[in-house]
Each structure stands twice: as C-alpha cells, then as structure tokens.
Unconditional design. Structure first.
Length: 394
C-alpha cells in the first residue's frame, strides 16, 4: 500500500492537488482513500460533496473522509483527561478551567495520525492520500510521533517509578492515577510507533505543493529541509497556479516573468526531484470531473503513485578512523545547523526544528569529532572513545 501526503503553505492548492491525485489513481483502478487531517476540512468543498468522519464513497474505487479529531480525542484520551481534571479540581482549579487545561496541545493532531494508521491497517486500500494542514501544523504533526515516543520512553517510566514510591502518600489525598491512565499512555506509545513506521516506510512519501512566488518558495525550501530532518521522504513538488505566458496585459506579463524566475530557481535547487506544473485554471477545479482534468494535465501518462527513487535519508558509514553519520538535509546552510550530543542521542537543530537521533550502539561509544555539510548532506564524524572501547579496538 502506498501513502502520499500533500503539504505546503496555506492556500497554494494542497487539497485540490491531493483530491485530483486520488481521483486519477482511482480512475486507473487503484482502490483509493483520501483522508483530510486539516481541521479546516475543505476536502468536501473540493469534491462538492458532504463528507464525514467515516470513509464515504465518492465514485468507483474512491472513498473520502475528514478526520474528526475532536471525536477521536474524546474517545481515546478520556481516561487520561479525567484523571488530570480530577487532580486539578482537587488542587482548587475551577472545573471549567481544569477542562481547558487538560486538552493537550497537539493531541488532536496525533489522533488524526492514529486514524490514518487505522485506515492504512484496514488493508482495504492500494493508496491512501492525505490532505494535510498548512506546513507549520503538518511539521508539528509529523514531528509528534517521535517527540511523544521519546517522552513516553524517557520521562514516563521515571514518573511512573516516582509515582509508585509516593503512591501510599498520594492515596490519602486520592489523586493516584488509575491504572487506566498508564494503559492509555502505553497504548498510545505503541500506536505512535506504528504511525512513525508507516510514515517513514519506503512506500510513503510527501509531495510539496507551492505557487511560484518568492514568499511561498522560501517556505517550501525550509519545509524540504525540515521534512528531511524528521526523516520524511519528499519525492516531488507541485508548482500550482502557473499563469499562461501569452498575455499582452503588462500586469499579467509582469507576474509571468516573476513566476518563471521563481520556477527556474526551485527546479535548480531541488533537482533531481521532479517539479510537476499546473496552470492557473479559468475556474476553481471543484468536483470529480474538474479534478480529473487537473490531475491529467499534471501527471500526463505518468503513474501518480510512482515511487520516485530518492536518496537514502540517514546512513552510517564506516572508515579507517571511525564512523560517518550522513543525514540528507537539502538546502540547509551550515550556519542554520546546530549539533549537540545528549547521552545516547545526537541533537540536530535546523532553523528552529530539532530532532533527537537515537545513536546506534557503536556510535554511542564514540565521540563526535567534526561535522560538515557536503552536497546537501550533513556528515558527522564519530571516533571511538578510548574509555568506552576496551583496549581501544573496534
Ligand atoms: N490551478 C488552479 N487554478 C484555479 N484555481 C485553483 C487552482 N488550484 C487551486 N485552486 C483554487 O484555489 C483555492 C485554494 O485551493 P486549495 O483549497 O486546494 O488550497 P489549500 O492549499 O488546500 O488551502 P488550505 O491551506 O486552506 O488548506 C480553491 O478555491 C481551489 O479551487
Ligand atoms: Mg486544504
């Protein structure tokens, strides 16, 4: 099963491109689901049909749904929320405030991902297309499984141990978390591991939609780096709303020239990734027929689900002096990248985004002795730490 995620800056045409790709794939015989994780839910508008939180048949071989993150949140997180609410209320916080405080930021987004996992695991689809929220939220969303997994792995066991020790004491004030709370968190952890596996599988890729305008392109460049940082494979870009070149109107031709310059620079920057082009249509592409026409113009005869071979995102190589950890970070500059070591993890920060890379055991016993950016790859050199390698041998 193939998973395709579409993201990009607000309003560039993500929903339209995602919906069009799904319509084309279904018309070519793939059992397809399109799922929107954007709380703004404009997928129904793009199809011109009402959609709900369960897959709805749009046409032969094509189902569509808008994740009801609020409803899913209510179901899965209730145990934890009830507990936290109880604690806050007992601590004197008023009920309404306690209610607001226990809504975890990001929890709704995680639940959208859990719904993706549920649908993918159903085995009913050849292709799942995800219409994501604008870039900022999508990056937060895609960073969540790893961040939460880290929290659950590292912080939660410590808390749990501490709680065990003070449980008799806490019992007196009746704020001991029920076992249900631990179960809920443990279950969430397992589910998030599955989500992360699904999103980083070789059959999953992200397509970045942009319009050829300086501000949009600048954001797309940053997104490309951030997605790579988090381990997500981008296998193509879509440049949407390209104006027709044949106009005598100086206002239009000014835009045409500006768009052409932006396009050329994007293509040069992201090569060998393909940049598919879509013209500014005379009307909004709404409804399955208009979407099919949009997709046919975009992909031509090409297979819209084709896995464009990408470079490996993270590899560890070995040489005479030690190891090289290579992380593909397209378009990053050395001044944007910050590196530090925290125990068994390497902390890579790029333009405000941070990833904790769990180091394989051989690298845990090494020191970082240098880092360089070479052709869009961050290469970190590790050498054995003599104190940790008995006899200094490898
Ligand atoms: N190539 C195009 N030609 C004409 N209209 C377009 C084109 N692409 C998209 N549109 C229209 O532009 C509007 C925004 O498109 P769309 O909803 O797909 O963007 P989006 O990136 O999903 O927006 P949001 O960030 O709000 O989710 C819609 O009205 C859509 O029909
Ligand atoms: Mg949208």
């Amino acid at each position: 099963m193939r998973v395709l995620l579409f993201t990009g800056k607000g309003g560039v045409g993500k929903t339209t491109t995602a919906a069009a790709t799904a319509v084309l794939a279904a018309s070519r015989g793939l059992k397809t689901l399109i799922l929107s994780t954007d709380p703004a839910h404009s997928l129904a508008d793009a199809f011109g049909l009402p959609l709900g939180p369960e897959p709805t048949l749009v046409e032969d071989g094509l189902l569509a749904m808008q994740v009801d993150a609020q409803g899913a949140f209510e179901r899965s997180w209730r145990d934890v929320q009830d507990y936290l609410r109880g604690v806050l209320e007992r601590a004197g916080v008023d009920a309404l405030q306690a209610d607001e405080l226990t809504v975890l930021p990001g929890a709704e987004e995680v639940l959208a991902l859990l719904e993706l996992r549920r649908q993918a695991a159903s085995g009913r689809y050849d292709l799942v297309v995800v219409d994501c929220a604008p870039t900022g939220e999508t990056l937060r969303l895609l960073a969540l499984p790893e961040a939460l997994r880290w929290y659950v792995d590292k912080v939660f066991p410590a808390q749990r141990r501490a709680l065990k020790a003070v449980r008799p004491l806490l019992a007196r004030v009746a704020i001991v978390p029920e076992d249900g709370v631990f179960e809920a968190v443990t279950r969430l952890h397992a589910e998030l591991t599955d989500v992360r596996d699904l999103l980083t599988a070789p059959t999953t890729s992200v397509r970045l939609v942009l319009t050829p305008e300086a501000v949009v392109v600048a954001e797309a460049r940053r997104t490309l780096t951030s997605l790579a940082l988090y381990g997500y494979r981008v296998d193509g870009l879509v440049a949407n709303r390209i104006l027709p070149a044949c106009s005598s109107d100086p206002w239009v031709s000014g835009w045409v020239t500006a768009q052409a310059a932006q396009l050329a620079s994007v293509q040069a920057d992201v090569a060998p990734l393909p940049v598919l082009l879509s013209s500014y249509a005379a009307a909004e592409p709404v409804g399955p027929d208009a979407l099919l026409a949009f997709a046919t113009a975009l992909y031509g005869d090409a297979d819209p689900t084709e896995v464009v071979p990408g470079t490996e995102l993270l590899v560890v190589e070995r040489d005479a002096d030690g190891f090289l950890l290579c992380l593909t970070l397209p378009l990053a500059g050395l001044s944007d990248v910050d590196l530090s070591r925290s125990g068994d993890e390497l902390v890579v920060t790029v333009g405000g985004h941070r990833r904790l890379l769990a180091l394989p055991s051989a690298l845990q016993r090494c020191q970082v002795v240098g880092a360089r950016l070479v052709d869009g790859r961050l290469v970190v050199r590790f050498e054995p730490d003599v104190d940790l390698w008995p006899g200094g041998s490898q």
